[in-house]
Design a protein around this ligand. Structure first.
Ligand code: SF4
Ligand code: SF4
Length: 349
C-alpha cells in the first residue's frame, strides 16, 4: 500500500472536528493563557485552537502518557487485612496532533526503561490509547540540537503519522498500524501522493550548526572521567531546582507516596521527581550518597549519555533544548557537551 496522502487544510480541520465529535480526546499545541507566543500541549475543543507554527511547546509530550501525579492503587486497612483496589490501566482513545519530532521520539526511547525488568502498565496503557501525529519541525532556535543525538527536524521516530506542511495543507506519511486505523476515519478526504514534496525548507543545517558531536565519543569520555574537574566547574551555577528534568521529554524518575484519606484508608500515588534536588537521594539516616550538586549534576549527564546508552543502546536525550530554555541559572547542555567533545578530541590527539 502507498503510505503517503495529501490532506488540504480545510479537510484536515474537518477531520480533527470529526474526531472531537466522535468523543476522542484530541491534544495539540495551543497558545498559553497570558503566555504570549508560547504554546503547550493541551486537549482542544475546536481545530481553530491548534497552533502548528513557532517554537516547541514549553512542556513536553510525556505528560500525556506519564502525568505529573497519578494514583497507583487505593488501599483500605482493617484489623484483619489490607484490601487493594486496582486503578484502570485502559485509557480513553486520544490523538495528539502536531507533536514535535523530538517529543514523539522521546516516547519510544522511554518505552525501553518502562518495559525493562517490570512492565509499567500505566505507561503502556496510555501508549496504547494514544495515536501520535507528528509534524516536521516548523521552527528551531539556538537551544535545539536533535541532529547531534541521531534525530532530525524531520525524524519520524515515535510517530504514527508524520505530517509535513505543504502549500494549502499537509502531506502525511502513515507509519504504523495505529496510523492506518486512524486513516480509515479520513479516507474520503485524503488523496494518494507518491514522493515527499516537503515545501518547507529543512531546519537540519541550522540545528546542526548549534552542536555537532559524536555521542559515542562523549560516552567514551564519560566512562573514563567520573572524577573530572569539569563536574565541579559546571555544577557551580546549578541550584538544584529540577526544572531541567521536569521539562525534559525523556526524564522519567518518580517518587511513590501514600496519601491518607481518613483513618485506615488511602491512595498510593506516584509523583514526578528529579535527580537534581538534594532530597532525591537523601536517606532516612541523613546520609546522602550524592552529597553535593557536583555529584547530582554529573549523575544527570552520566545517566543520559553513558548509563542509558550502556543499558538500552541509546542516548536519553532528544536534543529538544527545553532544559536550556528553562534553566534560571543559565546551564547550557550544548556548551557542556561541546566541552566534553573538545576534551575528548584533545585527549585523543
Ligand atoms: S534547571 Fe538549571 S539550576 Fe535547576 S537543576 Fe536544572 S541545571 Fe540546575
Ligand atoms: S536533556 Fe535537555 S535537550 Fe535533552 S531531551 Fe532533556 S530537555 Fe531536551
Amino acid at each position: 500500500m502507498n503510505n503517503r496522502r495529501m490532506l488540504n487544510k480545510t479537510d484536515f480541520e474537518d477531520f480533527v472536528d470529526s474526531l472531537l465529535r466522535a468523543g476522542i480526546t484530541v491534544i495539540a499545541p495551543v497558545r498559553r493563557e497570558q503566555g504570549g507566543e508560547k504554546v503547550e500541549y493541551r486537549p482542544i475543543h475546536s481545530p481553530a485552537e491548534i497552533v502548528l507554527s513557532g517554537q516547541p511547546p514549553v512542556r513536553p509530550l510525556k505528560e500525556v502518557v506519564f502525568p505529573p501525579t497519578e494514583p497507583l492503587f487505593n488501599w483500605k486497612q482493617t484489623k484483619a487485612s489490607v484490601q487493594i483496589e486496582e486503578v484502570p490501566t485502559e485509557f480513553k482513545e486520544t490523538v495528539v496532533v502536531g507533536a514535535r519530532p523530538c517529543d514523539a521520539a522521546a516516547l519510544e526511547i522511554v518505552d525501553k526503561v518502562m518495559g525493562w525488568d517490570y512492565r509499567d502498565e500505566l505507561w503502556f496503557g496510555r501508549r496504547q490509547a494514544v495515536t501520535v501525529l507528528s509534524l516536521a519541525c516548523p521552527q528551531s532556535d539556538d537551544s535545539c540540537f536533535c541532529t547531534a543525538v541521531g534525530l532530525s527536524p524531520e525524524s519520524t521516530r515515535g510517530a504514527d503519522w508524520f505530517m509535513s506542511s505543504v502549500d494549502g495543507g499537509f502531506e502525511i506519511e502513515i507509519l504504523t498500524p495505529k496510523g492506518e486505523k486512524l486513516l480509515e476515519r479520513c479516507k474520503d478526504r485524503c488523496r494518494e501522493t507518491k514522493g515527499r514534496t516537503n515545501a518547507m525548507p529543512s531546519l537540519d543545517a541550522k540545528v546542526r550548526a548549534n552542536l555537532n558531536i559524536d555521542p559515542g565519543k562523549v560516552r567514551e569520555w564519560l566512562e573514563k572521567h567520573f572524577d573530572d574537574p569539569l563536574w565541579s566547574d559546571v555544577a557551580l551555577r546549578c541550584h538544584g531546582c529540577g526544572a531541567c528534568a521536569f521539562v525534559c521529554p525523556t526524564c522519567h524518575c518518580f517518587d511513590i507516596v501514600d496519601e491518607l484519606d481518613g483513618i485506615g484508608r488511602g491512595q498510593r500515588r506516584r509523583n514526578w521527581d528529579a535527580c537534581q534536588p538534594a532530597l532525591f537521594t537523601l536517606h532516612g539516616s541523613g546520609h546522602n550518597p550524592r552529597k553535593d550538586q557536583t555529584a547530582r549534576f554529573r549523575q544527570r549527564i552520566m545517566h543520559k549519555f553513558n548509563i542509558y546508552p550502556a543499558r538500552f543502546g541509546e542516548v536519553l536525550c532528544t536534543g529538544c533544548g527545553r532544559c536550556i530554555r528553562a534553566c534560571a541559572a543559565g546551564m547550557d547542555l550544548i556548551s557542556i557537551l561541546s566541552e566534553i567533545d573538545r576534551k575528548s578530541a584533545e585527549e585523543g590527539a
